[in-house]
Structure formats: C-alpha cells, structure tokens
Design a protein around this ligand. Structure first.
Ligand code: 26V
Length: 795
C-alpha cells in the first residue's frame, strides 16, 4: 500500500477519532492518529487469529502474570507490521517529525524488572509462532514509580501512564466478573457454599499483541477493578457526598498500583487481594471460553494450559478446584486432578525473602473457602504420597511455592543452573517425590524488539550479510561466523557500534549535560538494585581504578565510561545507599580534571524499557556480576550479547549458558562458583580477610568510608563499608580481587580494536539460541503439550 493511502488514514483518525484539525494537532494528537491507523492493521489479523482458534477448538495458553513490562507499543507494532518506511514517509508528508511523535508515548511500566519483561517477550513470541494465547494481568493505574535524583538520592514519583488515552486497548464492558472476598462458608446438601462479604467487579481491557509480519495476534487481557455498587445512594441523599463515592474508591484501590518491591515479601493484605482478584477473574474467563467451545469438562487439560508466572497467581490451584468442585459439583479428587493437569508453575527466584507466604489468619479472613481447600489439597497430596510429607500449610502459614508445586503438572526454572539449584535447595523434598515434574526452560528475549527495532544499524548489516531470516529464526545468526574474518564486515560492524555510541553520547549530553567520549569503552550495568546483583562491587572497583589513575596519570589507561541505571525498591535502604554512592562517586570523578578523560560515571535516572533500548545497542561491556547462585537467569545479559557487548560475569544464571555458547575466549569470567560461595561463607571473617589480602580493596573502601565522596557528610557510607567488610553475605570483598583482574584483562582486550570487534561479532553470531521463540517452543513441547500452531488448526 502506498504511503499516501496510509497518510489519509492517519488524517481520517485525526479528524474523526480525535476531532482535531491538522493545523491544531499536537504531537500527542499525531501519535494517537498514527497509533489508531496502525492498530486498524492489527485488528483484522487479530480477529482472524481468534476465529481460527475458536473454529479449530485449539488448545490455548493462558499466561497469568502480575506483571507485563511492555514498554512503548507503537514502534513495536510498526516494526512487526513492517510499516516503518510507510509510517515515516506519511508523517514526513504531513510535516510531522516521526521520531518525535514516537517519543511522546508513555512507557507502560506494568512490571518491576526481569519477570515482567519476560512475560512481554513471551506474548510477542507466542504471536510470532502463532500459538493461541492470552496473557492475563492487572491494569494498574500507576505502574512502577518514576525515579528522579535529588543530590544523588533516589526520589519516587507516581507514574501516570493512563493520564493520556491508551491507544492500544479495547475496553470490554461486556466481559466482567464479580470477585468476592471475606464472608462465610456453609454447607448445604453436602456442598460448600461461600458467601463473600464484599464484592468487586473485574472488567476486561484487551490489547492485541502482534507477531512478526503481522500474521497472528494474541491478546493481553488486563483486569480493572471497580465497585460492584459504585455509589451509595442513601449516603448521597443524606448529603454525605464523599462517603457516597467511597465504595468505588475502595474497590478501585485493588488495581491502583503495582507493588514496587520485588525482594521482600511483606504479606500485605492488598497484595493478596490483587493476586486473587486477577487470578479469579482470569479463571472464570478461561472456563467460560472452554464451556462455549466444549461440553465435556474432562477435556479441560487437553484444551487449557495455564502458566503461573511465579507464585503470584498461585491461588489459581484452590480457586480452580473451587470452581470445579463447589460450583460445578465435580467430585473433589477429580477436580484436583483436572486442575493440576492444567496448571504449571515457573519459579523465578531462590531468594528466601522473596518466596511468598501468607499467614493463615489473613488467608482465612480474606479467602475462607480457599484456606479450607488448601488443607484438603495437602491431605490429598499426603494420601497419594505416603511417608514423607511436604505441605503448603505449615506453622500457621500458607507457602505459595509449595502450593504451586503440588498443584502443577510441570514446574520450571529459568536457566540450567537455576533449575538444578531448585532441585537441590527450595524444592528438594518435593522433587524427590515427583522427580519428573521439574524441567528447565532457559529464558530468552524477543529479537524483534531487542535487535531489529532497537538496533537498526546492526540489523541492516546482518540482513545485508545473511538475509532477513534471522528475525524469526535467530539461530541463523550463526551464519555471521563466516564473516568474522572479513575486514570489511568487521569495519561495518564496528561502525554500527560506534554510531550507536555517538547517539547515546549525544543523548547523555542533552539530558544529563555530561560529555562522554564515544571512543571510550561503554561499560554498562542496568538492572534493579539488589545486594545480590552487586552494583557496589562495580562502584568499589571504579573507585580503586580512579585511585590508580590518580597515582599514575601519565600511564596509558584504557578510557571507560561506567554507566549504571536501575531503581531501588522504595523501602530498600541499603540499595538506596548504593545509588547515592554511585552518584556521589560520579560527581567527584566526572569533575576530576586529571582522571576524567579516562574514567567517568553516568547514572541516568528512571531506567525503563525505553532507556534499555537506547543503552544496550551502545554497550561494549555488559556487567553480569551477581553472587553465583543468586540470579535465576538474567535476560539483560542475553540482550547485551546479541547486540555485541562482551560480558564480564560470574558463573550465575544464564551467564553459564551464554559463556558456553559464545566461547570462553569471548567472555570475561571471574568469581566464585555457586558451590564455592556456600563454602566461603563458612570461613570466619571472610570479608576482613579478603580486605587484608587486597590493598587496593582496602584503600578504595577507606576512601568511601572516610567521606572522600561525601565531604558534606563524611560518615554517610559507614554502613555500606561496615557491611562489605563485615557480614558481606553477598561476598563483594571475597570476589573483588578476581573482578579487578578480569577488568584489567578487559582493558587490555579493548585496546586491540580488531580482536575486540571480532569477539563482539562472535557474541552476536553465537547468541541466537537466546531468542524467546526458542524458549516458547520449549514450553510448548515440554510443558503445554502443544505441537501445533497456526498452521495446524484441528478440531
Ligand atoms: C517478587 C515479589 C515478592 C512479593 C512482592 C512483589 C514481588 C514482585 C516480584 C517478585 C519477583 C522477583 C523475581 C524476579 O523478578 N525474578 C527474575 O526473573 C527473571 C525472569 O525469569 C530472571 O531473569 C531474573 O534472574 C530473576 O531475578
């Protein structure tokens, strides 16, 4: 279709959907008009896909997740529909700056980090593969908070992505369910009846998720909470106007805000309400769809595959049993069996403090029937597995990990190492009872967003050399290996990286006022702030390096820019101190006229998907330095490798598999293994010993401790230093020397430009396995039992 036709569609939406004249239209108006035009192109394939799934009575995947970190949607849709040229030309014709328009879209931050972004990549891959799927979640009014810095300290502001109209969603007032809380359970003719004390309406909002080339689209269905009775007429008539609106306000709090803490489980009532709210609505929707298409409930496991993204929707187990047993009268054992054959659970963390537990008291108050069902599920499980007993209910707590495991057909970890650790640690007893249940599915990322759309230069070069088949068959990138000794290819590869770095440098200058040299190595660590991710290891090494440069400023140092980005949970004091420290160190180093040509520290605020898309293509070095055994997988690590950054990393999560694939020569390994970590913790005073053994570490810590970076408050970092030299649970001190060694190897390697570029190109060529298309095919084969996709719709 010529772009002129596209242009008239944009104008038609501007005029009739937005009611604006072209002369008066703002960038927002143009973006909305363009978005509606693009959305129109998705809608047909979306309807076709749904009709095909319905008519073929196809098995569907239901991905239940508290988080979908989808970011901006316009560019993603434009790229997948291959409308980029048309859209740009049409906007140009209209005298509108396409890039500026795209940049006005708010970044939908309906997630905290890796877990939420994985869910977004999975939906896109499911659509690309053409597997019928629905993602179910919550339509948070406020996503993850907006981060700003005030004198280097993190400040949080509410995020407000819905203050503008959301162009991509369709409200479904006809799809709504009443969700109950509290109340009582009584028996009537041998059947349990739950009479909730309180009701909330879950109402659906659908966003189509289009796959590559637009041939299939799936649905992201997000639930909004509203009051069953929005308005208390009696109160209003009595003149109590605020009180009259109260029911609506209370109900709406359920979908008001995303919990921003992904480390500590606080057992908050509202969080449990959110979990039950979206899980119950989703299950009712799933059953309603099933019952429209099939009349034999025994077919449920053949037609419905439900994936629980972590334990957050774990209440799905008892709720599905309740819907089958209490509401449909199916015998209890048969109900449990049916439910279990539909449900699967993905574990995303081994950190004990993140494993969800609810007190029996709270569960009993909010979900009395479910608490009773959990006890019965435990009995059922114990009967089938006499001898050892593992229960979900224990010591007055409901353990959601155990509940999910017991109620799942398959349980999976997200990298090879993580899955093995799951078997040996958190789930060792349940694994012994059910040795076939745990499987591994190493994470992946969608190449459409994380290469094609975010790195057009590398994409064009790749397509020029090997054709464009790589976009939905990423292992074709291996064909680039034939080119890694061709100087013309290497020149083009490094020119693409250089141009990406220049773009980033220009953006840093514009937005932060700091000048960085695109010839320097761009060394990037971007992720949530956590002690186990060890941003403090990185910044301590930065301080030590700065001290050495100052000692010997005329030596031939390898120039580096250390870039950090990421948010800390608002209540995570230690993580916030690390942010403060990084900013304080940056302030001193960047102003140092002697060292700043060799070493700078940049920390742009408010890390989100859009910023990741800007940073990753410009990276030379990817920091993946978690304490071994703690990072379940990582997915940023994969994005960096694909975009030609070399990794400095530990043997943790998917780093292990990345290194196996890209080759040990193209990866800077350091640090203790997961087993060595466990042993090292048993060494008395391990941190003090490490400090005593490494004068560089001692000196860097002393500078931080004595206030070199915080002269206005010299003891600001006493706590941080006391931690790293004292308990040091995450072994920052013990891994420091080897990290330093690896970083100096990085320096030396970067100076051999040709060899570095070749290693970077090999990272790209050998990372094709990390596509989320491969991951989804793994789930289809090993978990969901789906062998067919759009090509084979069968009755
Ligand atoms: C946990 C909690 C605890 C209760 C309060 C709210 C909340 C919100 C999120 C989480 C999840 C933390 C787990 C997580 O994000 N894991 C990450 O999952 C990625 C995808 O599998 C993986 O790459 C990362 O290594 C892993 O940390």
């Amino acid at each position: 279709m010529p772009h002129t036709e596209f242009r008239s569609e944009i104008l038609r939406h501007l005029t009739y959907t937005l009611g604006k004249e072209a002369e008066m239209a703002t960038r927002y108006d143009w973006r909305m008009a363009l978005s509606y035009t693009v959305r129109d192109r998705i809608t047909e394939s979306w309807h076709d896909a749904m009709r095909t799934s319905r008519d073929g009575r196809m098995k569907r995947v239901y991905y239940l997740s508290m988080e979908f970190l989808i970011g901006r949607l316009l560019e993603d849709a434009v790229v997948n529909l291959r409308l980029d040229k048309q859209a740009e030309a049409a906007m140009l014709d209209l005298g509108v700056d396409y890039d500026a328009v795209v940049a006005t879209e708010p970044d939908a931050a309906l997630g905290n980090g890796g877990l939420g972004r994985l869910a977004a990549c999975f939906l896109e891959s499911l659509s690309t593969i053409g597997t019928p799927a629905i993602g179910y979640g919550i339509r948070y009014e406020h996503g993850l908070f907006r981060q700003t810095f005030e004198n280097g300290r993190q400040m949080e502001e509410p995020e407000d992505w819905l203050s503008q109209r959301h162009a991509w969603e369709f409200e479904r007032p006809d799809v709504a369910f009443e969700i109950g809380f509290g109340g009582e359970v009584h028996e009537e003719n041998g059947r349990c009846i739950w009479t909730p004390a309180e009701h909330v309406i879950a109402s659906a909002h659908d966003t189509p998720v289009v796959g590559w080339q637009g041939s299939w689209s799936n649905t992201l269905r997000l639930w909004e909470a509203r009051a069953a009775h929005a308005f208390d007429l009696a109160a209003f008539n009595a003149g109590r106007y605020v009180a009259a609106a109260e029911p609506g306000t209370l109900a709406r709090t359920i979908s008001r805000v995303l919990y921003p803490d992904d480390t500590t489980e606080q057992g908050k009532e509202l969080r449990l309400k959110q979990e039950y709210f979206f899980t119950a609505a989703s299950l009712r929707d799933i059953l309603a769809r099933f019952e429209r298409e099939h009349d034999d409930i025994a077919l449920l496991p053949e037609k419905v595959a439900i994936q629980l993204n972590d334990t957050h929707p774990a209440i799905a187990g008892p709720e599905l049993v309740r819907l089958l047993h209490d509401e449909r009268g199916i015998e209890f054992n048969a109900s449990v069996d049916l439910a279990r054959r539909c449900l699967n659970y993905t574990n995303h963390t081994l950190l004990p403090e993140a494993l969800e537990r609810w007190s029996e008291g709270l569960m009993g108050r909010l979900l009395p029937r479910h608490l009773a069902l959990i006890a019965r599920i435990d009995e059922w499980h114990a009967r089938l597995n006499p001898g050892r007993t593992v229960t979900a209910l224990e010591h007055g707590q409901v353990k959601m990990g155990e509940l999910s495991f017991i109620m799942a057909n398959r349980v999976n970890g997200v990298s090879a190492l993580h899955t093995e650790l799951m078997k040996k640690t958190v789930f060792s007893e349940l694994h012994a009872l059910h040795p076939e249940r745990i499987v591994n599915q190493t994470n992946g990322v969608t190449p459409r967003r994380w290469v094609l759309s975010s790195n057009p230069r590398l994409s064009a070069l790749t397509t020029d050399r090997i054709g464009e088949g790589w976009v939905d068959d990423l292992e074709q990138l291996s064909r680039l290996e034939d080119h890694v000794d061709d100087p013309a290819f290497l020149d083009a590869y490094s020119a693409a990286k250089r141009a990406n770095k220049e773009d980033l440098a220009a953006w840093v200058k514009d937005s932060l006022g700091e000048k960085i040299d695109p010839a320097a190595m761009f060394d990037i660590q971007i992720k949530r702030l956590h002690e186990y991710k060890r941003q403090h290891l990185n910044i301590i090494e930065t301080v030590a390096l700065w001290q050495e440069i100052r000692d010997n400023p005329n030596a031939d140092w390898t120039p580096r820019v250390k870039i950090f980005a990421g948010k800390a949970a608002p209540g995570y004091v230690f993580a916030k101190e690390i942010i403060h420290l990084i900013n304080d160190v940056g302030r001193v180093l960047n102003a140092d006229s002697v060292t700043s040509k060799f070493l700078k520290v940049i920390y742009p605020p408010n890390y989100n998907v859009t910023l990741a898309e800007r940073l990753i293509p410009a990276a030379d070095l990817s920091e993946q330095i978690s304490t071994a055994g703690k990072e379940a997988s990582g997915t940023g690590n994969m994005k960096f490798a694909l975009n030609g950054a070399l990794t400095v990393g530990t043997l943790d999560g998917a780093n292990v598999e990345i290194r196996e694939r890209v080759g040990a020569d193209n990866f800077f390994l350091f640090g203790m293994t997961a087993e060595e970590v466990v042993e090292r913790r048993r060494v008395e005073n391990h941190a003090a010993r490490a400090v005593a053994d490494d004068p560089r570490l001692a000196r860097a810590l002393e500078a931080i401790r004595s206030g070199v970076f915080s002269p206005e408050e010299p003891d600001r970092y006493h706590g941080v230093v006391a931690n790293v030299t004292g308990p040091d649970y995450f072994l920052v001190s013990s891994d420091f020397s080897d990290y330093w060694r690896a970083q100096r190897e990085v320096d030396a390697a970067y100076r051999d430009t040709a060899a570095w570029t070749r290693a970077a190109a090999l990272n790209t060529a050998r990372s094709g396995w990390f596509s989320s298309d491969r991951t989804i095919r793994g789930y289809m084969a090993d978990i969901w039992d789906i062998r067919s996709s759009r090509a084979f719709a069968t009755a």
